[in-house]
Design a protein around this ligand. Structure first.
Ligand code: F6P
Length: 364
């Protein structure tokens, strides 16, 4: 029997739960013997590279991988069909568009569907490929939880888990030494990780990009706290946090790369010192610890639902759509809807109200 083929790729930054999606997709597909699933190594590099690196994914190769962090087929943020790096004679890189070639290759090999598991940038790529005629299904992933058109992305709860544990640990040492300890977490220009772990871990201060802060308000908050006998505090700072009238801090490595956010915690520490806070101030940058390791059960369950739904969308020929969780259902939404509006924290939401009600200071 001539098999129908599906190509699956994981694109952009990794996150806990990618393997659980691959496993559930392959397991669901394996009950339909006319289908075969192939993984493209390191996003679409496996398809476009020379030699090609495509890996047949069967039940055996995905057995037990739902507990593993990372992705068994690798990923990359550095190259893609629309911006393939080509070294020039002078050693510099020029970027070429190989999307037409990629689509022709998929047709030649006989891929009847392509699954792209990725965040906002990757789903924008899925949409462009679909618009050019490739039968693509998107699966949303990112620890940042900032993708529109889905209630939640897998990886987010795992990152919140890591950040909350870090906060719990910082609280005990902050209290012993009467210090102000600042924890910087990821999230790009969204404050979801900071807000959720700030509430869960009992932070005193939570700075998120959606609510620019005023350092004088934070100073007053800390003065009151110290006067009331608590001589320590823990602050959680999203990497995209910014003061009122200011901007986020970051650097851009190359023309095509996204801004690498860094320095928010250090800037906040400096601002506190300048405002006259003398209590020992220290910063912890949690970084990629939030992206690595085994997914929490919630993310394994969500990822498993996404994998099964993605395969069923292939059966229904629902291309140009992304899997989406709209509690309690897993549905299909047009890719355009998913990439047009990033999902940010609403400063007027109930969650921010709850955080303020339990005396978390946002500095607004
Ligand atoms: O989008 C996921 C994310 O981890 C962001 O939270 C963070 O800003 C960025 O990726 C870090 O990217 P890199 O792995 O390139 O340092």
């Amino acid at each position: 029997m001539k098999k129908k083929k599906i190509l699956i790729a994981t694109s952009g930054g990794d996150c806990p739960g990618l393997n659980a999606v691959i496993r559930s997709f392959v397991k669901r597909a394996s009950v339909c013997p006319e289908w075969e699933v192939w993984g493209s190594m390191r996003s679409f590099n496996g398809l476009l590279g020379q030699p090609q690196e495509l890996k047949l994914l069967d039940r055996q190769s995905v057995s037990g991988i739902h507990v593993k962090g990372g992705t068994i087929i690798g990923t990359t943020k550095r190259s893609g069909p629309f911006n393939w790096p080509v070294k020039q004679a002078d050693g510099s890189l020029a970027y070429v568009d190989r999307s037409d070639e990629m689509i022709a290759m998929c047709r030649e090999i006989g891929f009847n569907a392509v699954i792209n598991i990725g965040g906002d940038g990757s789903q924008a790529m899925s949409k462009r490929l679909f618009d050019k005629g490739l039968p693509v299904v998107g699966v949303p992933k990112t620890i940042d939880n900032d993708l529109g058109a889905t209630d939640v992305t897998f990886g987010f709860q795992s990152a919140v888990d890591v950040a909350t544990e870090a906060l719990d640990r910082l609280v005990s040492t902050a209290e012993s030494h009467n210090r102000i300890l600042i924890l910087e977490v990821m999230g790009k220009l969204s404050g979801w990780i900071a807000l959720h772990s700030g509430i869960a871990g009992g932070a005193e201060i939570c700075l998120i990009p959606e609510i620019p802060y005023d350092i004088t308000k934070i100073k007053t908050f800390l003065d009151n706290r110290f006067e009331n006998g608590k001589k320590f505090a823990v602050a959680i700072v999203a990497e995209g946090a910014m003061p009122k009238g200011g901007s986020f801090l970051g650097t851009q490595e190359s023309e095509l790369s996204s801004v690498k956010l860094e320095g928010a915690a250090q800037r906040f520490a400096e601002e506190l010192r300048m405002a006259g806070i003398e209590t020992g101030i220290r910063c912890t940058i949690l970084g990629h610890v939030q992206r690595g390791g085994s997914p929490v059960p919630y993310d394994r369950v969500l990822a498993s639902q996404y994998g099964v739904k993605a395969f069923e969308m292939v059966l229904e020929q629902k291309f140009g759509y992304m899997v989406s969780y709209q509690s309690p259902n897993v549905v299909a939404v047009p890719l355009g809807e998913a990439v047009s509006n990033p999902k940010l924290v609403d400063p007027n939401s109930n969650l921010v109200h709850v955080a303020k009600s339990i005396n978390i200071c946002f500095g607004d």
